[in-house]
Design a protein around this ligand. Sequence first.
Ligand code: HXC
Length: 536
Amino acid sequence: GGSRDGRPPAGGRAPEPADQARPMPVLREEHGRLRRRILAGRREQVDRQHSLGKRTARERLDLLLDEGSFVEVDIYRRHRAHTLGMAEQRPHTDGVVAGSGTIGGRRVFVYAQDFTVFGGSLGEAHAEKIHKVMDLAVENGAPLIGINDSGGARIQEGVMSLDGYGGIFRRNVQASGVVPQISVILGPCAGGAAYSPALADFTFMVRDVARMYLTGPDVVRAVTGQEVGHDELGGADVHGRRTGVAAFVHDDEESCLEDVRYLVSLLPGNNMEPSPALPPCGATTDVRPRLPEIVPVEASKPYDMRTVLAEIVDDGEFLEVYEGWARNVVCALGRVDGEVVGAVGNQPMVLAGVLDADAAQKAARFVRFCDAFGIPLVTLVDVPGFLPGTDQEHAGIIRHGAKLLYAYCEATVPRVQVIVRKAYGGAYIVMDSRSIGGDLSLAWPTNEIAVMGAEGAVNVIHRRELAAANDPDGLRSELVAEYTAQLMHPYFAAERGLVDDVIDPADTRAAVARGLAMLRNKRRQPPPRKHGNIPL
Ligand code: HXC
């Protein structure tokens, strides 16, 4: 074999066996040449990838992993298909670079699809390489990171490609809750291929590069007559803001992969391992004088719950997930006194912080992730209730709200609730109240905790008196004052054991840190069952 200049053709062909053993220097030279060619890739394809503003699979792994840490598996793997002329084209790697490396010194398993080989399309060998690193990730208890850039099922390999995808999905599900799974979309990810990212714990997308949909614009046009562009149909912002498929959206590959590293630094390798803690930093006595100033006493005045969170976590630093989707609830990973925590907070700045179907799903998924990986929960409550209206009722707010309720009820990790301002009705219960298994409930003195607001309550329980009164407005304000004095403060709940402590707002960080320290060795064993039946 070999082309006219004596080199193996592009894509590489293994050196032919000789009749006689050849000298070591020759073998090493041949081996080095083949390897360099595989590592470099096909020139014009690499140039094309760069011209699309994309990096190659190996360049991406270089950005993601600690320098020099990458251990590659199956570099010489090639397909053995012979349909539709495939036997003529058998590039090494088969379009995916797979193996393991470290991030901040901690082990991860990775694969990166290589669009320069068969458009990153997935055939049998390609799929088996992915299966292999997925199995290694689980066996070694380390996170799995998949970089997707692919034309989808390799058409020439027929149903073997579909079988390969099925094997990935099954492994995604078996690894769920065992090792963290991160999916990074840096190119097309279409058709059934989109289900692996959908099954992962966190999906990253990069604007103008990533696109994800079940059927592309051509099929949409053919079937529905609708004209729609790639980005409008399934670009990063669509999934980051509307569908909730992407937990993180970035402008470029560098910042995206940098954030993957940050995320990994906050996660345990597996569900049996503690999260990576830093040494305690004095949080248990840290007074934060800004906290009482951030939150207005008037129950309906907006503020940014993230500024409250920044006062509670170490160095004011946290990683927000689903920042652009269901913004009325905030979910973030951060640290308190060195320990990783998951924070869930109502966001009074968006829709007054009400819970709606999207917010409930977002928070539910996050709570379940934290619980699966032993990450304690800190819930910051300031919620007027669920969003009223036919839109929400008909969208199934009952079913979706039940997911959040289910997630909290099921969670066995340490759970600290801070009622920052108001907590009404069903939303109070759902936001990790003591009644559904919260371990420690802390309230600010300004709290309004009740079944409903004073006006509404008075109109219901005094309907008849108000209708018969000569001065209904005067009577109403008297009754409102009575209701407020008796029920609308945290001491009513605290006297009854539903709030453990009413704290000075400035002490919130310290109180949360002390509460988490108290709960550090919490163990709660749920009774055996196959699995619950969460309302999906
Ligand atoms: C085999 C593929 C391929 C595929 C791309 N290529 N997709 N080869 N199977 N699915 C090859 C091309 O032939 C080309 O080879 C090279 O990859 C680069 O592709 P281009 O089309 O030149 O690139 P670009 O213009 O950037 O377009 C990228 C693309 C387009 C949008 C992804 O290639 C495309 O639409 N591909 C088909 C997508 C598709 O229908 N996939 C199957 C869907 S079904 P050469 O040799 O010319 O460089 C599916 C379901 C999964 O995936 C089911 C799981 C359950």
